[in-house]
Write a protein that binds this ligand. Sequence first.
Ligand SMILES: Cc1cc2nc3c(=O)[nH]c(=O)nc-3n(C[C@H](O)[C@H](O)[C@H](O)COP(=O)(O)OP(=O)(O)OC[C@H]3O[C@@H](n4cnc5c(N)ncnc54)[C@H](O)[C@@H]3O)c2cc1C
Length: 465
Amino acid sequence: MKEYAFECDIAVIGAGPAGLSAAITAARMGKNVIMIEKNGYLGGNCTMGLPLLGFLDLDGRRITGGIAQEYVSRLQKVGGSQGHRTCPKHNSTTNITPDAFKVLAIEMCREVGVKILLHSEAIETEVENREIKKVVFYGKGNRITVKAPTFIDCTGDGDVAYLAGCSYEMGQVGTGVLQPPTVMFTLENVDTARLFDYIEQHPDEMTYSASIEHRPGYDAPYFRASDNHVFVGLRSTFTRLREQGKCPVDRETLIYIKSFHPGEVYVNSTRLLNTDATDILSLTNAELEGQLQAPRLTEMLRENVPGFENCFISAINPSLGVRETRRFMGISYLTSDRICAGEIPEDTIALGAYKIDIHSGVDRSTIFKAVKEPYGIPYGCLVSREIKNLMFAGRCVSVDAEVMSSLRVMPQCMSMGEAAGVGAVLAQNAGILPAEVDVEDVRAELLKNGAILTMEQVNSAPVNP
Ligand SMILES: Cc1cc2nc3c(=O)[nH]c(=O)nc-3n(C[C@H](O)[C@H](O)[C@H](O)COP(=O)(O)OP(=O)(O)OC[C@H]3O[C@@H](n4cnc5c(N)ncnc54)[C@H](O)[C@@H]3O)c2cc1C
């Protein structure tokens, strides 16, 4: 077997929204950073066609700045985003072109010298005295060893923390049920104008179950006004076809994200119930069944929904989108009562305000509850309670399941990654552990880079800078 060995200051594992942000930030602060990714591209779920949700709060105020805003501003310059738009259902939508994000991610890493290893999956850790000494990766018959004084786990599933033996939680309180994953796919040749005319004439298609909170104005004129939208609807059609045994997915509605190309939409409506994406057999089954659901759902839309008559699939996403798996224990643990109370503690390193959005893992329902005011994400949620030199960012952080269902959206994952990068660098510079860093220093660095951390800032930040 071919062997490689690398040493660096900070090793970031996983190159999704959290990992990229951690790696770029740490490299900007002068550290020698290696980012290791199992896919052949950067970006994680940012490349699936999803919109960035969670930039604006319920009242349309921008709550996220820093590197997350920088990605959007840079995408806007190349036509890969139209910025932020308020949405009566999702608070806001910030649609992006997935491939433009992939390219931007490479450019931003190269600008600051982040060393990238692709096709390399973390498979082993060596832990001594509560410290990770090295992480071993495997790819194409190569064994790659990475040593670093600090590791930041941004794998979504927290694979490194898991391999290092850290304790974690999984699933909803009481039931342990996990939100279902989804295989996204792209449709071309959708006549959206015809769809909007149809839903205008059939308001029953835009009704939702009682568990879905939303404001008025989520209607045809709203969709017609801009491509920067996410469509959730067709409830009557889905219900009728299910009763007739003709609906191939366990969902009440169709969700698509409008791309900026005419007739193109990214569909987020396959659903793989009872999946545990950390179990290889369950994961395999979900990938395969999800890929099979895509053409079946397309057929259903073609035959039954005005506007979809001539659509066709141009791409099925290369990997399953996983909403929920492990959450690791940090030196802080954020609970839903605190986010519902809009608490912004002094050690806040990012704000969140996206809805509590729980897709059922066992049936076709979804809970969609408003978060009324922005809340703070404490620094300690990113710092392992058990391993001294391990931090995490993204959806595997130290929060309860309801909080995860809100802060899992990508702008918050980016902000958490940025904060983990800053914390790791400041700790190394001071010769202390990430847990010992003065959070005021982390906040000061984040604020220098345009972060939004207080309500004063929320009340004055321009929506689209
Ligand atoms: C179907 C679906 C719809 C969603 N809709 C939205 C939405 O509309 N808007 C929104 O903002 N958010 C949405 N989310 C949530 C959001 O996409 C994720 O919560 C977010 O991307 C998590 O970021 P992350 O960086 O933690 O993980 P990811 O984006 O999953 O990135 C993790 C990266 O780590 C890599 N990796 C994993 N394991 C290893 C390993 N062992 N070794 C090396 N690399 C590894 C992965 O390949 C990946 O690149 C959705 C999620 C799903 C699944």
